[in-house]
Design a protein around this ligand. Sequence first.
Ligand code: NAD
Length: 499
Amino acid sequence: MSMKNYTHLINGEHVGGTSGRFGDVYNPSTGEVSAQVPLASQGEVENAIAAAEAAFPAWAATSVQQRARIMTKFTALLYKHQPELAELVSLEHGKVIEDAMGSVLRGIEVAEFACGIPHLQKGEFSDNVGGGIDIYSMRKPLGVVAGITPFNFPAMIPLWMAGMAIVTGNTVVLKPSEKDPGCPMRLAELFLEAGGPAGVLNVVNGDKVAVDTLLNDSRVKAVSFVGSTPIAQYVYETATRNGKRCQAMGGAKNHMLILPDADLEGVANALMGAAYGSAGERCMAISVGVCVGDEVADKLVELLTPRVKALKIGSSLEKNLEMGPLVTAQHREKVMNYIQMGVDEGADLVVDGRDFTLPGNENGYFLGGSLFDKVTKDMTTYQEEIFGPVLQLMRVQTFDEGLALASDHPYGNGTSIFTRNGAAARTYADKVEVGMVGINVPIPVPLAFHSFGGWKASAFGDHNQFGMEAVRFYTKVKTVTSRWTENAIAADFSIPTLK
Ligand code: NAD
């Protein structure tokens, strides 16, 4: 395979990297370097910010209907190119092709939602609040906004951010993960093809240098970040200290509470997909199964063990597989270290995926599925995010104990409960200290017309991603109090009150 050389995309033009620093992009199924990505210097990022700043006045003044039309054309192109985008995701990330197709679709859905912006961005109006006085409010774009995205959803998360930021009238500098930059770059090219003006969506590839430039430049008015918790916290603290709006989504440890009345065959099916799909590299993966009662745990171990051992693992572009490789050798090493740590901490390793190799692809970053039983809450492997194909089962004796586990965990992204008891499910959804809850649904990622966001260490900031939450995040409210009257205006020395 010939090696690709990625560029930046600034003001509608591809520009080669000038920093002299490059990163390798791998095909995780083979371990080969498939591309080189330039790592931007401060000056290159500043060029992108300048392009976005220059494009802002005209784009903000473009009618909302026209912005929606460009978004509609963009959406049509995204559908047309969905297989190509999915192939890029699958090649550079390693998730299997059907899963990659689905992840692209979840991003397209946000672009589709964004097409309704003429309705969504409407202000408010109060008629005749005083003699001849009306009040109205508008939602104005912020200016240049930055999107900083993780490796695990290189189509979906850039579209969460760019789709909503652009359509509300902002201009964007996107800094995608340097591990799989191919798909985000293609998205920006398609936006240009859809008639998006130059400078409205810029892509700079890079690492901490690029991120720090975006966080410290006063021309950037808002930062949307998705990635690991330590970086999310750093981004949130730095951006807000510099007076920017910031939403920063972090890591996760998602619990599934399994009550004794649940259909355990269904639970096993749900756990297989939710724990091992995308090799566990999803912030909404279920990584902890909390079994109420030993009987539930014993039965699940019996059901899951042969299935985890038989996971269909292979090169990501092959069809009908269940799992591809992990994203990098370094990440696989990290996950393997966690598995060893789990053994050392005293958990039962029922299935050990560390020995897996794919004949013919010995250099790929493959791991088999691993299953732990009897994990306890004092274990580091329980407290930390593993982000790999590792499911940890825990045993509790009561519903309340299970509820407390999810609520007390530092992360609070997603959780689910499997039961036939509606009252228990309702109580769980009501009480659990987690941002997204599934009831007999293992991965409750809300659709584009709701919004996405966790609680606690899984998200810093005030607004969720996409949906109306994104319209609020990417706009500021201006409120006008207007008087048109034939009557004389009297002097009034007390604070105006409405009569
Ligand atoms: P990461 O934090 O390593 O990287 C995310 C982004 O931050 C990348 O663009 C990267 O270039 C940049 N970055 C990395 N180190 C930096 C540093 N020191 N200073 C400034 N910027 C830096 O995350 P990742 O490994 O790409 O993604 C996986 C993580 O993302 C997991 O923790 C996962 O749970 C999380 N995630 C969360 C959500 C969510 O919505 N909560 C969604 C997807 C992924």
